[in-house]
Design a protein around this ligand. Structure first.
Ligand code: BEZ
Length: 209
């Protein structure tokens, strides 16, 4: 099955380092940063797990729950977490899915056979509280992800939902945002009483706080 932005994130029940979870129940009213890894005890993955753990306050302040996955067992994950904490100055508290049978990895298309038939590539799914997939990223096994970008895109998605705006290239929190073309000027006057700069009729920048 191929998944797309806007699809409902498929539910699953599976063993994790924090016990069995029903994904939809576990995520509750939170956003989810669901990210896969090729294997435990591998160097790039270890740095990514440590980074996610160190960013726990950043995720929590955005109402985001991290959920890791690799295609190993709970017992292996538990030993690996001790290593992650030892080597990455971290205290890893989020669950890691034990997908040794590849059930979730296959459902989420995380196995790319040209890379490996048994290990997941580095996929990211940002899933909103309505269980909709809002962003998908795929990195190869040998390139660690950019966590500034992961937080930035979560900020952009949450801002877009709150203010009905879009964000320009390289947007950072506090920068001007874009009024989407679907909102015509007459409606924009109600939604954005602060006004906007019209560079072109289709390119309008405004500020939101
Ligand atoms: C790593 O996490 O370091 C890694 C895993 C699989 C292939 C290459 C690198």
């Amino acid at each position: 099955m191929s998944l797309h932005i806007g699809d409902t994130a498929p539910n699953f029940t599976i063993a994790t380092t924090q016990g069995e979870i029903d994904f939809h129940k576990w995520s509750g009213d939170s956003w989810v940063f669901f990210f896969s890894h090729p294997a435990d005890f591998t160097p790039v993955c270890t740095t990514e797990m440590g980074k996610t753990a160190r960013l726990s306050k950043e995720f929590a302040s955005r109402n985001v729950k991290p959920l890791g996955l690799s295609t190993d067992t709970v017992a292996e994950h538990m030993k690996w977490i001790a290593d992650v904490n030892d080597t990455q100055n971290a205290d890893l508290q989020f669950p890691i899915v034990a997908d040794a049978d590849l059930v979730v990895s296959k459902t989420y298309d995380m196995i790319h056979p040209g890379e490996s038939k048994t290990e997941a590539v580095r996929s990211v799914f940002i899933i909103d509280p309505n269980k909709k997939i809002r962003l998908m990223l795929t990195y190869p096994m040998n390139v660690g992800r950019n966590f500034d970008e992961i937080l930035r895109v979560i900020d952009a998605l949450q801002l877009a939902d709150k203010y009905r705006v879009a964000t320009p290239a390289d947007w950072r929190p506090g920068d001007k945002v874009i009024i989407p073309p679907s909102i015509k000027n007459a409606e924009a006057e109600d939604i954005f009483p602060q006004g906007w700069d019209e560079i072109r009729p289709y390119l309008r920048f405004t500020e939101v706080k």
